[in-house]
Design a protein around this ligand. Sequence first.
Ligand SMILES: NC(=O)c1ccc[n+]([C@@H]2O[C@H](COP(=O)([O-])OP(=O)(O)OC[C@H]3O[C@@H](n4cnc5c(N)ncnc54)[C@H](OP(=O)(O)O)[C@@H]3O)[C@@H](O)[C@H]2O)c1
Length: 379
Amino acid sequence: MTTDVQAHDCAMLERAARLALRGHGEAEPNPSVGCVIADARGRVVGEGRTRRPGGAHGEIVALRQAGSAARGGIAWTTLEPCNHHGRTPPCVDALIEAGIARLVVGSIETNAVASGGIARLREAGIDVEIRSDVDAVRRLHIGFHRRISTGRPWVVAKWAETFDGALATPPGVSPWISGRRSLRMVHRERGRVDAILTGIGTVIADDPRLDARDVRQRRTARRVVVDPDLQFPTDAAMLTTPGGEVIVACRPDAARSNPDAVHRLEAAGARVLPVEGPDDETLRGRFGGERLARLLRRLAEQDGVATVLTECGPGLLQSLFGADLVDAAVVFTAPATGPTGLHPSHRPRPRDLLAAAGFETVWSGHRGPDTARWSQRVG
Ligand SMILES: NC(=O)c1ccc[n+]([C@@H]2O[C@H](COP(=O)([O-])OP(=O)(O)OC[C@H]3O[C@@H](n4cnc5c(N)ncnc54)[C@H](OP(=O)(O)O)[C@@H]3O)[C@@H](O)[C@H]2O)c1
């Protein structure tokens, strides 16, 4: 294969990945797959990305756009086309029927239920090429592959920090660290994830609503609070603000020994979720790493949660990083304008934990006066 063809394949897979990235918040729990189709003369005649669950996959959207021009053409798809009847028929059947001559695949399907597409396409005489070295595709699908291999959601840690890494301001200084434009980006992300996770420390300090305001919402996130001892106040703003279900995750012993608190919270509209841990008999207080992991797996299994945005303080963040439960981070850093809220006891700072995690930066830019950086695990 000539380097020209290789470079062209790479460019087309990047184009498909860019397209698919726009499907974040729409396609999950399915992977957001991007597909570009060229006719036999090399002209792009169709492109598409996966729509909401139950809707068309990227390949189907692109094939519909291409129509008969797909015959004898090339398709570039970010993920191996599915080979099973789920809510939609197999994409491999549609590609074969459309007469695609060559297919370039950017990533191999890891979900056993849907795999086997490449073998079927080759049996049908289609020339299939696998190109798993395109960074944009690797970054696009890492969340999906990770969810399949761990059984838990993809977790994005979000925080706003002062120029020197504090997550709170000192008394007498405005508690708002990031600006209006950063906040807007946060609200947009809230409207694209399945759950927002915070700790009881943040609820008590800030009484946040954790809803998505003034943005177009693709989904309504559940609001999950790690509250080992059931301290969640029944007059918390979350319970009176329209939005996703409020789930209070506690220790089983706290729920058993305090049925009144459970009853009050349920009467106020929350769901109390006792989460078992390996240390149930021996430890009191905070959730250990294994219990946090179990909480995340429960959310995936019982509530279909594929993506989580954390909006907690340094306490819970430290435990999540410590248990390797953070997959990506979106951090807003304010300019140096005044006194810092950083206390020596606040170390390691979340930014130190992030640096130690060795994530790669996938995007950075400015939101008003703030610097914003999106990073994620490499593999
Ligand atoms: N800048 C930002 O982006 C941002 C975002 C959110 C909050 N904040 C600020 O952060 C501060 C609150 O910090 P925080 O650390 O107390 O809040 P947090 O991390 O949201 O919650 C910590 C609480 O969760 C409980 N918890 C249960 N399991 C835990 C675990 N494994 N690890 C850690 N905590 C666990 C702890 O309860 P026990 O102590 O009872 O064990 C602790 O009180 C506030 O000043 C708030 O304004 C800043």
